[in-house]
Write a protein of this length. Structure first.
Length: 311
């Protein structure tokens, strides 16, 4: 892209008005008031249209205002980061199992899992802000989001029972000499299904919030696609299914299935956690858009007519 402002987006093609006061360069923060959108920042040379793309949304007038922008922004952050912390608490616990068994390092996971449980509760509370954040959402979509939030109740109960009650009474999952019981595999499968269902029910409203960011909506900023989340969950589920199947096999087949299942569960769970981290950073980038209604061209460009009147 050249600095003279060629190849402007379709919604700005043919326009070369001036910025009003208060518009600052996206790179250095220089005040761009009075500059043409076909120009460049005199301080750092960044094309003015780059700042325009970063700050102005051509669909701003179509987006319904949020009922509570600050509450919604905080809720999205708490929802995403709470889920991430809960997942990380399980990883810390599993690493603690390895340290206890193979390196004779005493590790108590009670505090870590308590923090993870609390983070999961907060994630559910944060998700409540996404049930109906603004007008224009269909009744079915609102009901789906509400059901997605309700699924947090059995998910929280499963987290508490599996990690804080069931595991301490049994062997270390995937680390000890004994295989996880069929009951624990069923608990994991139920947890995975609840997570997948919750994401699926909440995602239409999450997508509506993401669409408020012009850069994220148009792919100019990479975001975590929901398909990746479902793929990682499917991978881990396939591992759990093989875990049950391998118990019916014997000999070499059982050994091969045993290795494959561990790989699928480990890889699927790890990638799911990575996807959650990515989603959390997306929520962090989205917060500024949620706090303020997206800007339209009329919000940042000086009115030629008013200038003419002043003359």
């Amino acid at each position: 892209m050249s600095a003279n402002g060629d190849n402007l987006p379709e919604w700005a093609a043919g326009l070369a008005p001036e910025f009003g006061r208060g518009m600052r360069c996206a790179q250095c923060g220089y005040e761009l008031g009075g500059l043409s959108i076909r120009g460049a920042c005199p301080e750092c040379g960044l094309p003015v249209r780059a700042t325009l793309l970063a700050a102005v949304d051509p669909r701003a007038s179509e987006l319904a205002p949020l009922f509570a922008p600050r509450l919604t922004a905080v809720g999205v952050l708490v929802w995403a980061w709470g889920a991430t912390v809960a997942a990380l608490s399980v990883w810390v616990t599993r690493l603690g199992d390895v340290a206890s068994r193979h390196f004779d390092i005493r590790f108590s996971s009670e505090g870590v899992l308590t923090a993870g449980l609390g983070a999961l509760v907060l994630s559910g509370i944060g998700a409540m802000t996404m049930i109906r954040p603004h007008r224009g959402l269909g009744a079915r979509q609102v009901r789906m989001a509400g059901l997605g939030v309700l699924l947090y109740l059995p998910l929280i109960a499963l987290f508490w029972f599996m990690h804080m009650r069931f595991d301490p009474r049994g062997v270390m999952p995937y680390v000890g000499s004994l295989e996880p019981s069929s009951t624990r595999i069923a608990l994991r499968l139920a947890t995975t299904l609840l997570i997948a269902a919750g994401f699926a029910l909440l995602w239409p409203n999450i997508s509506a919030l993401i669409a408020r960011s012009f850069l994220m909506r148009t792919g100019r900023v990479d975001t975590q696609p929901v398909s990746v989340l479902f793929l990682t969950l499917a991978t881990a589920t396939a591992g759990d299914a093989l875990d049950l199947t391998s118990r019916l096999a014997s000999g070499l087949a059982a050994d091969v299935l045993g290795v494959v299942k561990v790989v699928l569960i480990a890889v699927g769970s790890f990638l799911f956690t990575v996807a959650l981290v990515g989603l959390s950073f997306d929520a962090w980038r989205l917060r500024r858009v949620l706090l303020e209604h997206p800007l339209g061209l009329a919000d940042v460009l000086a009115e030629r007519s008013s200038e003419g009147g002043d003359e």
